[in-house]
Write a protein that binds this ligand. Structure first.
Ligand SMILES: [Zn+2]
Length: 383
């Protein structure tokens, strides 16, 4: 069946209101390879939705021509709860107003449920294991009984993603260069292709897989966790699952949307999901670096932020990245506290100039190649 638009209706939370999630299916349900792409789980992050806005007509056309060999599920805006969180003319889409949960945490780690169902039957045949694990994960999800809309959203989207060969969760940062979060298990392999095709300026890997229960984390780590738990069985890393950070919140325009869509399309061709020629792999802009090498700048005191270096800059240890200014201090330069880089690397994420900052607020992130003692064992996803 060609392109179809579908709708998931979430349970009503307050009298007179109900939300729904729209998704699109291209190619044939059940065909392989399968890709799943979603945008705006943090609902005020729309550059990914813009990329999908430009990708979808390309997929409609490819489908019409019979060029989609596998199956592609696209969810242009996955979070109608967050999309509706308007307060005083501001859109706040990162945390759920009801439970205060970050929308991209506490997704479902199905590895325990799958292990219980089929762990003992996993053997040396990777293909058999993949089929068993996917079926057990689907059965675990089918057995869940979500009662509120966020629970339902999580279960419903994982039903669409958990059997995919490629899962791409499209986000952005407040002010950032295009970057990618992946699992070490996928690097270099398919993640290197992804990084090169989309033009990532930094790629950060969790080693061996993300502990945090982000959407892309749980989809990819299912395989890594089972491989770890059943070392005698041959459990492959059957899903390339990545979080793509499409630059800054305000960088939404047709030029970027079009080129991001073209790059995603080329990657889908390269993975054999859409037929055609992907051509030569673009030059990789930056080698992957470990999450434990990511320097995170925290604000030491309250004040207003001003930056010295633009996003995407290469910085060195000791470089002042930004300063926080005490607005009540009359001593001019002495009212300014510098926050410096603690590694050599790429300043891939920062905040906009002029934002208010407070103690402990994350003010920048730097991708460095060297493992940092003070970052070991930290997730880095602390805001
Ligand atoms: Zn996000």
């Amino acid at each position: 069946m060609p392109h179809a638009k579908r709708m998931i209706v979430l349970p009503s939370m307050t009298p007179g209101t109900q939300r729904r999630i729209v998704y699109h299916r291209f190619g044939k349900a059940g065909a392989r390879p399968k890709a799943y792409l979603q945008a705006a789980i943090h609902a005020n992050e729309l550059p990914g939705a813009m990329a999908l806005h430009h990708l979808m007509p390309m997929l409609v056309e490819a489908d019409r021509r019979g060029r989609i060999k596998g199956e592609i599920v696209v969810v242009p805006t996955v979070n109608p709860i967050g999309l509706a969180q308007l307060v005083g003319n501001n859109h706040l889409g990162r945390y759920d107003f009801l439970g205060r949960d970050n929308f991209n945490r506490n997704w479902l780690d199905l590895s325990g449920a799958v292990a219980e169902r089929v762990g003992r039957t996993l053997g040396r045949n990777a293909g058999d294991n993949v089929a068993k694990i996917r079926a057990a994960a689907a059965a675990a999800l089918a057995g869940m009984k979500p009662i509120n809309e966020l629970q339902m959203l999580r279960v419903a989207m994982m039903k669409l993603s958990i059997d995919a060969d490629v899962v791409l969760d499209l986000h952005c940062d407040m002010e950032a260069a295009l970057h990618l979060f992946i699992s070490r298990k996928d690097w270099p392999g398919p993640a290197r292709m992804l990084a090169a095709d989309i033009g990532a300026e930094a790629t950060l890997y969790n080693d061996p897989y993300p502990e945090s229960l982000t959407f892309s984390g749980v989809n990819g780590a299912l395989w890594a966790r089972l491989a770890e738990r059943f070392p005698a069985a041959n459990v492959p890393q059957a899903c390339l699952s990545a979080t793509i950070e499409y630059r800054s919140q305000h960088e939404v325009n047709h030029a970027l949307g079009e080129s991001d869509a073209r790059n995603l399309y080329r990657f889908l061709v390269r993975r054999g999901i859409v037929s055609g020629r992907a051509g030569k792999l673009p030059r990789l802009k930056a080698d992957a670096t470990p999450m434990s090498g990511m320097d995170v700048g925290y604000c030491p005191k309250p004040g207003m932020l001003v930056y010295h270096v633009p996003k995407g800059s290469r910085v060195r240890t000791g470089t002042p990245v930004c300063e926080v200014i005490d607005p009540a201090d009359a001593r001019g330069p002495k009212a300014r506290t510098q926050i410096v880089a603690c590694t050599d690397g790429i300043l891939f994420s920062r905040k906009p100039d002029g934002h208010l900052a407070w103690p402990g607020k994350v003010v920048f992130r730097i991708a460095g190649a060297r493992v940092l003692a003070h970052r070991k064992g930290m997730s880095g996803l602390d805001d």
